[in-house]
Design a protein around this ligand. Structure first.
Ligand code: FES
Length: 252
């Protein structure tokens, strides 16, 4: 059940170029599943900002979000400090259905602000004894974050578009290079990246999160409609039916 709460910020820091991390405390932290998002209200902004959950600490009852500045709202959010509170609705959206899968080896493929939800997913998979390989793409060196945290979970490869760090190129270049073994893949990032990833993967089993394509996050703006592959006349809403979908469920 979604709830609206006023949540205190207990940690805030900048972790990469225009990229910020905020940790909130709430009794609902344990209910947040990998792939889900929270919906944050900001003063003078009519629409809440949907932001994915990057980590949960069930002992301390905290969860983490990571976001990049790309407009007024996220710019304002980046000024919030420890001690401030924010009006948050949680938990929102669908999650990676890992309880129902028999995963032994997982491949994580993330790009930019699509990386955060995959950290919580990778950590949860690792805790279940799954072997995790991660391939993460960023624009350039100063945009890279959480590399060590992913490394603690398994083999991790970084690609940058400008070649300033890791492999020069796209996450799909790394996939072709290292030919990872896996039984499910999990991906989140900008639409062109997800198109490229699902193309390379063909009919391999996987799940993608389209969280980057959300607008209002509550089903009213229709900015997030995606047609079903099996029946393009029918469509789903990323904010209500997603953000997580089976890899070949929707047209990207
Ligand atoms: Fe507005 Fe889904 S994000 S309807």
């Amino acid at each position: 059940m979604m709830e609206r709460q006023l949540l205190p910020i207990i940690k805030q820091s900048q972790i990469a170029y225009e990229t910020f991390e905020i940790v909130f405390r709430t009794s609902l932290a344990q209910q947040l599943k990998p792939g889900q998002f929270v919906h944050i209200a900001l003063p003078n902004h009519i629409l809440r900002r949907p932001i994915s959950v990057a980590n949960v600490n069930p002992i301390e009852n905290t969860f983490t979000i990571i976001f990049k500045i790309f407009g007024d709202g996220t710019k304002m959010l980046s000024t919030y400090q420890v001690g401030n509170t924010l009006d948050v609705i949680l938990p929102c959206g669908s999650h990676y259905p890992i309880e129902d899968l028999h995963v032994r080896k997982a491949l994580i493929v993330g790009g930019g602000v699509g990386v955060p939800p995959l950290y919580y997913l990778a950590k949860t998979l690792k805790e279940k004894g799954v072997d995790v390989t991660s391939i993460l793409g960023f624009q350039g060196k100063e945009h890279v974050f959480y590399e060590e945290k992913f490394q603690q979970l398994g083999d991790t490869h970084i690609a940058t578009n400008d070649g300033s760090y890791g492999v020069k190129g796209f996450v799909t270049d790394v996939i072709k290079q290292i030919e990872p073994e896996f039984d499910y893949y999990f991906s989140c990032g900008p639409t062109p990246m997800l198109q490229a990833v699902t193309n390379v993967m063909g009919d391999k089993q996987g799940f993608i999160s389209l969280e980057e394509r959300m607008g209002c996050g509550v089903g009213t703006c229709y900015a997030c409609i995606v047609p079903l592959k099996s029946n393009p006349e029918k469509s789903l809403k990323i904010c209500k039916d997603g953000p997580v979908f089976a890899a070949n469920e929707v047209v990207l």
